[in-house]
Design a protein around this ligand. Structure first.
Ligand code: FCB
Length: 431
């Protein structure tokens, strides 16, 4: 008999993701807010989606869409608005958020840091400061002491390598640095910050009853292909990108150290500080070599300039390449850790395209799972249309449309069709 589809495991997590600064609104005490006031972004985040006040309504929608999990982040600058002073009010708010998720049958997946940092922390040099890993771990400890009993999945950092790239190499995000030396320093502090946070979470929750707590990172991954497949130089840069961008952070945490002669060397307090790997997947990049000096080895992206074979793109110009999810999940299976798709989504004005995106990616994911990949869930980015960093509110990623003026929510058709899949756990190969 011809196999027409695939049934995901009953325990599979289905849902969507958000992050504090992109949806809460009025996060006035972090570095992004300050950056927005200097006019370097399309528009400021302002009230965003008013999710701070509307989370209950939003979770009800998620439940109605047959989600059984939801990823969100704590806003560090709300929890610790001044150095060492923790806000009971903010922590109680997040406890309410978690309770509301549970009441709606949604497993909370909680990110502790999604790009934004408190102003006081930025003022001390942010992640460049040698104290930064300890300062991060102190915040994590306090937050987990307050909330730990109610959360099973913690994500320490969102996309640490993207953060380094955008904030310290190309200077598009705060603090707008352009220095690879600083970039590597921040990277090593983020690694150390993760390890200290991991220990803090395990230390606090170790004694609590219930199911074991799982700690991971949300790692942005990209499929890299050579601009000219025949060029060994391009293929070399593809390899370097794959190593540095996709694998370095994970390898360092698993091994407890990483040593690339002349490039990067870090020794961490401990090895094996990952219980699962979160993957954020969006696109493929074509790369061509630029030379062999520092940074040149990673090449440049020529997707838009040269390549004819690229497929459809989202409204930000990122190519849609579902097969990449299959390839990356297979590649990351070699770490023998559970994989959670912590983000995958499309910004588009065509809702038909959104559902096609979801369906094709889930078909690829299903194929990988059928072949034994240890994937435990899929979280679509994002539940709501929201503040897309430097690109403002224009890119529409949401399963739920948010009216900029009235803040009214409207469930998109693609969300309903996705809910049929999450309800049954079944994806057909071709529909
Ligand atoms: C990811 C970020 C997330 C969102 C999506 C579109 O890289 O983690 O905050 O901006 O891209």
């Amino acid at each position: 008999m011809v196999e027409t589809g695939f049934l995901f495991p009953k325990t599979f997590l289905w849902g969507a993701a958000t992050s504090s600064h992109q949806v809460e609104g009025m996060n006035t005490r972090n570095d992004w807010w300050e950056w927005e006031q200097t006019g370097r972004v399309k528009e400021p985040s302002g009230r965003a989606c008013e999710h701070w006040d509307r989370f209950r309504e939003d979770f009800k929608l998620a439940k109605s869409l047959h989600h059984n999990a939801h990823r969100f982040s704590l806003e560090w600058s709300r929890v610790e608005p001044e150095e060492g002073k923790f806000s009971e009010e903010a922590l109680s708010h997040y406890r309410e958020v978690i309770r509301s998720l549970r009441e709606n049958g949604l497993e909370p997946v909680v990110t502790l840091n999604h790009f934004t940092v408190p102003l006081w922390f930025a003022g001390q040099g942010g992640w460049l400061s040698p104290r930064s890993p300890e300062l991060f771990a102190r915040y994590v400890k306090r937050a987990v002491e307050f909330l730990g009993g109610e959360v099973r999945f913690w994500i320490t950092l969102n996309e640490p390598v993207v953060y380094v790239f955008k904030s310290y190499l190309v200077g598009e995000w705060p603090p707008g640095e352009r220095s690879y030396k600083k970039g590597f320093r921040v990277l090593s502090h983020l690694l150390r910050g993760h390890v200290l946070a991991y220990d803090a979470i395990k230390g606090v929750t170790g004694a609590l009853p219930g199911r074991p707590v799982q700690v991971g990172v949300a790692k942005h991954v990209v499929i890299f292909h050579a601009c000219s497949p025949k060029s060994w130089r391009d293929r070399f840069s593809v390899g370097m990108r794959n190593l540095m961008f996709n694998h370095l952070f994970i390898k360092a945490l698993i091994r407890g150290r990483i040593f690339y002669p002349g490039l990067f060397h870090v020794r961490l307090p401990r090895a094996r500080t990952l219980d699962f790997i979160g993957l954020n997947y969006y696109t493929r990049d074509f790369v061509h070599n630029e030379g062999f000096r520092m940074l040149e080895i990673f090449g440049d992206v020529c997707t838009l300039k040269h390549h004819r074979e690229i497929g459809k793109r989202n409204s930000l110009g990122w190519e849609i390449f579902p097969e990449g999810l299959y390839q990356l999940v297979k590649e990351f299976s070699r770490y023998r850790l559970p994989l959670l798709i912590t983000e995958n989504g499309i910004c588009t004005d065509s809702d038909e395209e959104r559902f096609e995106f979801i369906r094709k990616h889930l078909a690829c994911l299903g194929r990988a799972v059928r072949e034994g990949a240890p994937v435990i869930g899929y979280l679509y980015w994002s539940l709501l249309d929201n503040f897309e960093w430097a690109d403002g509110f224009e890119p529409r990623f949401g399963l739920v449309e948010v009216d900029d003026v009235t803040q009214a929510r409207r469930v998109r058709e693609s969300a309903r069709r996705f809910s049929e899949i999450s309800k049954t756990g079944r994806i057909s190969w071709n529909e």
